[in-house]
Write a protein that binds this ligand. Structure first.
Ligand code: PLP
Length: 395
């Protein structure tokens, strides 16, 4: 069918999220009966904890099924403010918190609220796939700043300093990182905070994986490193990863009141409010003990150790041990082909699904998720080993 509807310039070159597309392909192949090992998922493979599910069901029974205030129900905003004040050691009031339709939407609203046309936003590479797209949709320009694997993906403060121009509006931090699992170190965060204070930059700190950190590593927010930067920092987080609630679509952001109000106004004209039932379910995550989180973190740590050590034993691959999140950022550069090609061959030839690194800004890596069953992870390693040995013999 030909269409007569001309598309706006800002979406003409916009591609859908590669991670979501790949997850859909993996599911379709699985449905078609292929023996797929899906290591592409950006979500925990645990069910949502019982207490949270019960709260969701109760919300339906109690008829919490109508619109809510655009920025979220007051009880949830207040519970989040309390939780963040405790964990970040910076006092937040409810009015400084907004509940959103996933952390993704908090980020989307934030860029819409701060970017003027042509404003630059510094994004460290490798980056989560949606930052550049969202900045572009807000009329801004992502200024990509590489970090190096040899430096465990820590940003170089001098490089950040030289990347700042009069058009620089903000810097995005994501610790622990998707895709690398790296935690930004306190001393680097302190320097970045100093630069932000000097140059009046907004900091968007995406801390969605902050509870998925593997001891002895400790999560460190920019607000732990330098509380003085709180007045110009938007902390973004959500329940998707910590509480295995990706489908419930609840995220949140906390920061200066005028920014939160602007994001609320945007929300009131777009989604109206995050789903009422999900908000009541999320409230349970903040007000009831959820022991499943610790169990999940312990399990992820064991899987990480086995899987990443396993990758490092395979010919041609290497992987820095991630300190957080649930991704193995596997270096494939010794295979001599770009990640898009390698990942496509693994998908077609051995049905192992990893996400090619191009979407995260690196053709030298494939991202595997270890939020998959230990059996699937073992089988993935076995198939990769066979493929790599065959490939080496063939070349
Ligand atoms: C770094 C990062 N930020 C934000 C999100 C968005 O999470 P959600 O919208 O499910 O809360 C994700 C999800 O994959 C992520 O990896």
């Amino acid at each position: 069918m030909t269409t007569g509807i001309p598309l706006a310039e800002r979406v003409r070159t916009l591609e859908g999220s590669p991670t979501l597309a790949l997850a859909a392909t993996a599911k379709a192949l699985q449905k078609a009966g292929k023996p797929v090992i899906d290591l592409s998922a950006g979500e925990p493979d645990f069910p949502t904890p019982e207490a949270i599910k019960r709260a969701g069901l109760q919300a339906i029974h109690d008829n919490h099924t109508t619109y809510t205030p655009a920025a979220g129900i007051p009880e949830l905003r207040s519970a989040i403010a309390h939780d963040l004040s405790k964990r970040l050691a910076v006092p937040y009031e409810s009015s400084q918190v907004i509940v959103t339709t996933g952390a993704k939407h908090a980020l989307y609203n934030a860029f819409q609220a701060i970017c003027e046309p042509g404003d630059e936003v510094i994004v460290l590479t490798p980056y989560w796939v949606s930052y550049p797209a969202q900045i572009h949709l807000a009329g801004g320009r992502a200024r990509l700043l590489p970090t190096r694997e040899g430096e465990r993906f820590q940003p170089d403060p001098d490089a950040i300093r030289s990347a700042i121009t009069p058009r620089t509006k903000a810097i995005v931090l994501n610790s622990p990182s998707n895709p690398t699992g790296a935690l930004l170190e306190r001393d680097r965060l302190k320097v970045i905070a100093g630069l932000a204070l000097d140059r009046h930059l907004t900091i968007i700190s995406d801390e969605i994986y902050d509870r998925l950190v593997y001891p002895p590593a400790q999560p460190c927010s920019i607000l732990h490193a330098e509380p003085a930067v709180a007045g110009q920092t938007l902390v973004v987080n959500g329940v998707s990863k910590t509480y295995s609630m990706t489908g419930w679509r609840i995220g949140y952001a906390a920061g200066p009141k005028p920014l939160i109000e602007a994001m609320g106004a945007l929300q009131s004209h777009s989604t109206s409010n995050p789903t009422s039932i999900s908000q009541h379910a999320a409230l349970a995550a903040f007000t009831q003990p959820i022991p499943e989180v610790d169990t999940m973190v312990r399990e992820f740590q064991q899987r990480r150790d086995r899987f990443v050590n396993g990758l490092n034993r395979l010919p041609g691959l290497s992987c820095v041990m991630p300190d957080g999140a649930f991704y193995a950022w596997c270096n494939i550069s010794r295979l001599g082909r770009p990640a898009a090609e390698i990942a496509a061959r693994w998908l077609e030839e051995i049905f192992v699904v990893g996400v090619p690194g191009e979407g995260f800004g690196s053709p030298d890596h494939v991202r595997f998720s270890f939020a998959a069953s230990p059996k699937a992870l073992e089988e993935g390693l076995t198939r990769l080993e066979q493929w790599l040995r065959q490939h080496q013999t063939a070349s």
